[in-house]
Design a protein around this ligand. Structure first.
Ligand SMILES: Nc1ncnc2c1ncn2[C@@H]1O[C@H](COP(=O)(O)OP(=O)(O)OP(=O)(O)O)[C@@H](O)[C@H]1O
Length: 209
């Protein structure tokens, strides 16, 4: 593949964080405020929760289908964070079709995708204001299974927060939305900067003495 200018790199926003931190809320905000950013669904072998939509939250597949997709190269990386179900990333995250994507991944998925993708990856790690707030949001939402494995996974996710471009606090919903919009707008400006630099000579009056 010939080298491409940074101006042509579509963006891939990756959202991570502990269970209940607000990843789903962040993804919904991004696709509502930026209709040109498409949400990419990842694959999972777990069953859908009542609020989840097939093809939006996840592509829900059987273990057999999941394994077949790995062998056909349709899933390029996968993990089993809570030692029960698999979660895998579609190969479409690596290719550079000319529209921006957003996806929810754990930190392993973020690191692997960032290393392999032809897109420019922008990573966001969502944190709650305090641990008790997180616990109460999770408690209100659905019954969690496999709590011990989830606690270990939560600790690992937090240690990996250092590797992200942005760490955003999800406390007051309005400030959270404002911060998300600021990040996305800034990254769009950054891409536009690359475009402006690429044809700088056409825009500036260059004089020599
Ligand atoms: N700023 C907020 N204030 C109050 N409640 C919130 C806020 N953000 C999210 N919530 C609520 O907290 C719960 C968890 O949020 P969300 O589903 O976005 O988290 P998540 O990180 O996607 O969780 P999981 O990974 O377990 O699916 C939801 O019920 C959501 O409506």
């Amino acid at each position: 593949m010939p080298p491409t200018l940074a101006t042509e790199h579509p963006l891939l926003f990756i959202v991570s964080g502990q269970s209940g931190a607000g990843k789903g809320t962040a993804l919904a905000t991004i696709t509502r405020r930026f209709p040109n950013i498409t949400r990419a669904a990842t694959y999972t072998t777990r069953k859908p929760r009542p609020s989840e939509v097939e093809g939006v939250d996840y592509e829900f597949v059987s273990k057999q289908e999941f394994d077949a997709k790995i062998s056909r190269g349709e899933i390029f990386e996968y993990t089993e964070p809570y030692r029960d179900y698999q979660y895998g990333s579609p190969t479409s995250l690596l290719t550079a079709e000319p529209h921006d994507l957003v996806v929810e991944l754990d930190y392993r998925g973020m690191l692997r995708t960032r290393a392999l993708s032809a897109r420019r990856v922008v990573s966001l790690f969502i944190v709650p204001p305090r641990a008790d707030v997180l616990a109460s949001r999770i408690g209100k939402r659905h019954l969690e299974t496999n709590l011990d494995a989830r606690m270990v996974s939560n600790r690992e996710q937090s240690e990996a927060a250092w590797a992200y471009d942005y760490v955003l606090e999800n406390d007051d919903p309005e400030s959270f939305e404002r911060d998300i919009v600021t990040v996305i707008a800034a990254e769009h400006l950054r891409r536009k900067s690359a475009k402006l630099l690429a044809d700088l000579d056409d825009r500036l009056v260059l004089t020599t003495r």
